[in-house]
Write a protein that binds this ligand. Structure first.
Ligand code: NDP
Length: 257
């Protein structure tokens, strides 16, 4: 059953939310959806062109609600994340949301033949960026009265699957980072930390992973936004340290969500 959530238009008013991988796919849908519900969004992504196009799109209807920050996680180093956090610290009193969404798919191949370059690139983009960004932004998140961190997972990051190589393994790492941060922040802050498996979603990554699939059979990124919106809402305050899924999402039964 599809999760439905009718959120008021001002649900995220006065909230500042960062989204990585915001130039395309699910991250781009999050950016538009959060702004439509009153948030100010800070958008990170690799492609400057995509971010500028999205900036123009959002700015035309919601002036002053979007900041873009092109950043290639493959080559970014700790100092880049610290500099970003310091710059945001000058502009915002706190950070209310952080969506770790950027990822690379890489090769699908048996481990025996898995390309070393893909392994290193995926660790850097899918895992190291989430570590550096979380580390740099925890002080700003803890300043919020009710902050959320969402790590983007996958079914192959919860049960290992042949030929998914570094992609699946980086998602296992992301689940570990989520659990560790959730445990650390549980009693010392109001930051709620969860992972979310969006499930098959009609994006470029899905097309690359399943080239023979008819995209029309796969849910759009917009159609899964009610779950993201709910997780950012005050109602989701009791969800913490959970490995959640869009498919069958049911917040009244966290183990099913
Ligand atoms: P897309 O490929 O459509 O988008 C991925 C985003 O990540 C893009 O905006 C891209 O930036 C960004 N990105 C990639 N490499 C880098 C980098 N080196 N530095 C900074 N940003 C980078 O993927 P989806 O929207 O499908 O995926 C979003 C998340 O959902 C991912 O974590 C994915 O693993 C997960 N997921 C997706 C599923 C699906 O079926 N689509 C299923 C399960 C999980 P840019 O566009 O600027 O190049």
């Amino acid at each position: 059953m599809t999760f439905e959530y009718s959120a008021p238009e001002n649900l995220l008013e006065n909230k500042t939310i960062m989204i990585t991988g915001a130039g395309d796919g699910i991250g781009k849908a999050c950016a538009q959806c959060f702004v439509d519900h009153g948030a100010t969004v800070i958008l990170l992504s690799r492609s400057q062109d995509k971010l500028e196009a999205l900036y123009d799109q959002i700015e035309s209807t919601h002036p002053g609600k979007v900041i873009i920050h092109p950043m290639d996680f493959k080559i970014a180093v700790a100092q880049d994340y610290k500099a970003l956090a310091e710059s945001l610290n000058q502009q915002f009193p706190c950070l209310d949301g952080l969506i770790h969404n950027a990822a690379l798919l890489g090769a699908r191949s048996p481990i025996e033949f898995y390309p070393e370059q893909d392994w290193n690139d995926l660790m850097q983009v899918n895992v190291n960026s989430a570590f550096h960004l979380s580390k740099a932004l925890i002080p700003a998140l803890t300043q919020s009265e009710d902050a959320r961190v969402i790590f983007t997972s996958s079914s192959v990051g919860r049960v290992g699957k042949a030929y998914w190589g570094a992609y699946g393994i980086t998602k296992f790492a992301v689940e570990g980072l989520m659990q560790t941060m959730a445990d650390e922040l549980a009693n010392t802050s109001s930051v709620r930390v969860n992972s979310l498996n969006p499930g098959g979603t009609r994006t470029q990554m899905r097309k690359d992973a399943y080239p023979a699939e008819d995209p029309a059979t796969v849910p759009t990124a917009d159609s899964i936004m009610p779950v993201y919106l709910y997780l950012m809402s005050p109602e989701a305050k009791s969800l913490h340290g959970q490995a959640l899924s869009v498919r069958g999402f049911d917040p009244s039964e966290p183990e099913k969500a």
